[in-house]
Design a protein around this ligand. Structure first.
Ligand code: PLP
Length: 355
């Protein structure tokens, strides 16, 4: 790995006062290029603009994938990342589906560890804050030709992630638009999935909702994901989450919460969840919690659900009664190195001499 350090760090403490997510980039980025069937040696260099042809194929045919991970710091200045092997595995699954080359562990995993170590002063220490890590790959071959590109760039960017008060959101259940389809790319973290979700989300916002709960594209009968998060529904004291599939992204947070819920002894079930079943539970006063989960916010609760024309206000349980709060706290405490991690999820970033 080639390391070209920034001449003078741009870091100052005011970065941590920002309330903006994903805009305050650290001193360095990692870049590796793929050409003639092989990857270049990755290079860590000062963060800044890159140059592409306007014919770079990612802009035209959408071969672009990414991951989202975080680095956390505890009171003892120890820096951790969380289950990076899962992101690595998923990144290459996305790559395969988008007909892009896989990225080797020496670039992805060693790259993450090295760059987080190098910019460790950018990892904030306050509980709830973190450094967001964004590995991404896109097609760079200069050609307006509809086939998969022969050239790619892999980049790791890192930006400050503030702690923000996760206000409960309202969500509309999709009854027309779809995020993904059977046989499609819903399980892949590809840029196009996001592009396709913005318009329906804005339409829902015009109706007074924050986000969309996506349903199956065939009948709009089963709930699948919430915004860009996996979804959980608590009916009575039973906690449900939809099984992952070709259409549903296999979230690291979802998998982690599932393990935690089981180990807490919660009554948790992985099975398809019908919209009708949720509606009936709402009518019976049994729809106790609905929440989404993902790396960016960990857990976000919903206080109103749009079933067609009807806006169902479901309220938010007090913290001590909320499964969402219990699960979120348990997960965060592991991520921040505050409690034992019996699962081996937390990876400590060792300080090396290169930093
Ligand atoms: C990234 C993402 C998630 C959450 O995955 P995590 O690994 O938990 O961050 C869920 N759904 C979609 C569509 C996503 O893109």
């Amino acid at each position: 790995m080639i390391i070209e350090k920034i001449a003078e760090s741009r870091f100052n403490d005011s970065v941590f006062e920002s309330k903006v997510f994903g805009k305050n980039f650290t001193d360095h980025m990692l870049v590796a290029t793929y050409k003639d069937g092989k990857w270049s040696e990755p290079k860590i260099m000062p963060y800044g603009p890159l140059e592409f042809s306007p014919a770079a194929m990612a802009f035209h045919y959408g071969q672009a994938i990414f991951e989202g991970m975080k680095a956390y710091k505890n009171e003892n200045e120890e820096v951790f990342i969380f289950r990076p092997d899962k992101n690595f595995e998923r990144f290459n699954l996305s790559a395969k589906r988008l007909s892009m080359p896989e990225v080797p562990a020496e670039i992805f995993m060693d790259g993450i560890k090295t760059i987080v170590d190098l910019d460790r002063q950018w990892v904030p220490k306050n509980y709830g804050t973190s450094l967001y890590l964004r590995p991404t790959m896109f097609a760079t071959e200069e050609a307006v030709s509809a086939r998969s590109s022969h050239e790619y760039m892999f980049v790791i960017l890192m930006a400050y992630a503030p702690s923000y008060y996760e206000k409960p959101l309202s969500v509309k259940i999709a009854d027309f638009y779809s995020r993904s389809a059977q046989g499609g790319v819903g399980f892949a973290k590809c840029a196009g999935n996001y592009a396709a979700s913005f318009f329906p989300t804005e339409e829902a916002q015009k109706e007074g909702y924050d986000q969309v709960i996506w349903t199956d594209s065939i009948e709009h009968k089963y709930i699948e994901e919430a915004g860009t998060m996996n979804v959980w529904v608590r009916i009575g004291d039973k906690l449900l989450t939809a099984p992952t599939s070709e259409r549903i992204l296999n979230g690291v947070t979802r998998d982690s919460l599932l393990n935690l819920a089981k180990d807490m002894g919660l009554d948790v079930e992985v099975r398809p969840i019908e919209v009708a079943e949720m509606y009936e539970a709402y009518k019976n006063g049994q729809l106790k919690e609905v929440f989404g989960c993902g790396t960016a916010v960990v857990v976000n609760s919903y206080n109103a659900i749009g079933f067609g024309e009807e806006r169902a206000e479901i309220g938010i349980l007090p913290d001590e009664e909320s499964y969402a709060v219990r699960l979120k706290t348990a997960l965060r405490n592991i991520q921040y190195g505050l409690i034992e991690d019996p699962y081996g999820w937390r990876i400590k970033i060792e300080e090396s001499v290169t930093a």
